[in-house]
Write a protein that binds this ligand. Structure first.
Ligand SMILES: Cc1cc2nc3c(=O)[nH]c(=O)nc-3n(C[C@H](O)[C@H](O)[C@H](O)COP(=O)(O)O)c2cc1C
Length: 174
């Protein structure tokens, strides 16, 4: 019952969507993320939460830097590529425009509002997502924009279920 009421309250929020990208040992990855927020003012910090089920997880635990792409209302196609496909199966970067940016972070060049950030902390409190706390290093922006919000993409089927059920399936538990 607590979970249901919690989900009902959170369901009223309509968070903006970001695509998180990274690269490590020559391998690129990235996924659509709805769990993210500024988490300190001085110094500036930005936190995001990555599912342990994701291909991106295997990279971010080793990477030093990430790219945060704040999607605009017209970016639904990018949300589909990064939110419904998995780097386990496809190279998402063949389906979008990107370049290797600072610290080899792949940056999506069609996203005008983006940040390259350095990982300052990684927190695993035992749940199905880990928290990355990052410090912004380079900000690119073309001014005010209307974010792509969850309500515009909540029909998308995640490439990996977000609640760890896939991990349980793989273990034969369900
Ligand atoms: C609307 C929406 C929001 C999502 N939010 C998150 C999130 O906050 N964190 C996360 O790790 N995955 C999130 N996902 C799931 C991943 O983007 C998705 O499973 C992706 O296909 C994983 O790709 P990968 O296996 O290449 O990492 C979300 C997916 C959707 C459709």
């Amino acid at each position: 019952v607590t979970d249901r009421s919690f989900d009902a309250v959170l369901g009223e929020l309509d968070p903006a969507m970001v695509v998180v990208t990274t690269a490590v040992d020559g391998e690129r990855g990235g996924c659509l993320v709805g769990f993210h927020a500024q988490s300190s003012i001085e110094p500036r910090r930005y936190s995001l939460w990555i599912s342990k089920a994701n291909h991106t997880y295997g990279l971010v635990v080793r990477a030093t830097h990430v790219g945060l792409h704040f999607l605009a209302a017209g970016d639904r196609q990018l949300a589909e590529v990064f939110g419904t496909l998995s780097g386990d199966d496809v190279d998402k970067f063949e389906r979008c425009q990107f370049e290797d940016g600072p610290f080899d972070v792949p940056v999506l060049t069609t996203c005008a509002n983006r940040v390259v950030a350095e990982r300052v902390s990684l927190i695993d409190e035992g749940g199905d997502h880990i928290c990355l706390v990052t410090a912004p290093l380079e900000v690119t922006s073309d001014g005010p924009f209307e974010p792509l919000r969850l309500s515009a993409v909540d029909d998308l089927e995640p490439g990996h279920p977000a609640d760890g059920s896939e991990l349980a399936d793989a273990a034969g538990d369900g």
